[in-house]
Design a protein around this ligand. Sequence first.
Ligand code: GDP
Ligand code: MG
Length: 177
Amino acid sequence: MAPPKSRKIVIMGFRSVGKSSITIQLVEGQFVDSYDPTIENTFTTKVKHNSQEYVLELVDTAGQDEYSIFPQSYSVGIHGYVLVYAVTSPKSFEVVKVIHEKLLDMSGQDYVPMVLVGNKTDLHMERKVPTENGKSLADSWKAAFFESSAKENSSVHEIFQMVIREIEKRDKDGNVD
Ligand code: GDP
Ligand code: MG
């Protein structure tokens, strides 16, 4: 079998949207109700995609707002991004737009492998961002889009399968390894 490929992915978004919950759901298969929101942590996990094994390094950031300045470590050696907002928080939806713009600026490219995620879909009564809005935003970025619930473990694995797919798509174009 082919040796595993290592890929580094950064999880970004406004505070409290569920970045850590999504990451920990993927890595540990459980929903943690309270996770220190201020710390940045790197998790490693193995996943299979098209019968190729991947070792994913996931940088669960402490969160950004529209004024955040991104460290170099968010662009150098990074293969792909997961940008998370909460469907209950219009503010977090605005913040992912700013993050996206800054990431493109920083990379100096007009495309980076990326998945946009609207999390907390289980909070039906509190939803404020319609699915359509997320979908159109992702389309405008040429990015993939998912709505998820870290709490119900809905679409969490799919998100990371999709980031790998986006990364592979780009690798095929001969841009990076
Ligand atoms: P982060 O700051 O983006 O890392 O957000 P956390 O993962 O720490 O989550 C912030 C809060 O939202 C915590 O109380 C989580 O339990 C909660 N949370 C995260 N994901 C979900 C979800 O899918 N559904 C619900 N109902 N709550 C969630
Ligand atoms: Mg967190």
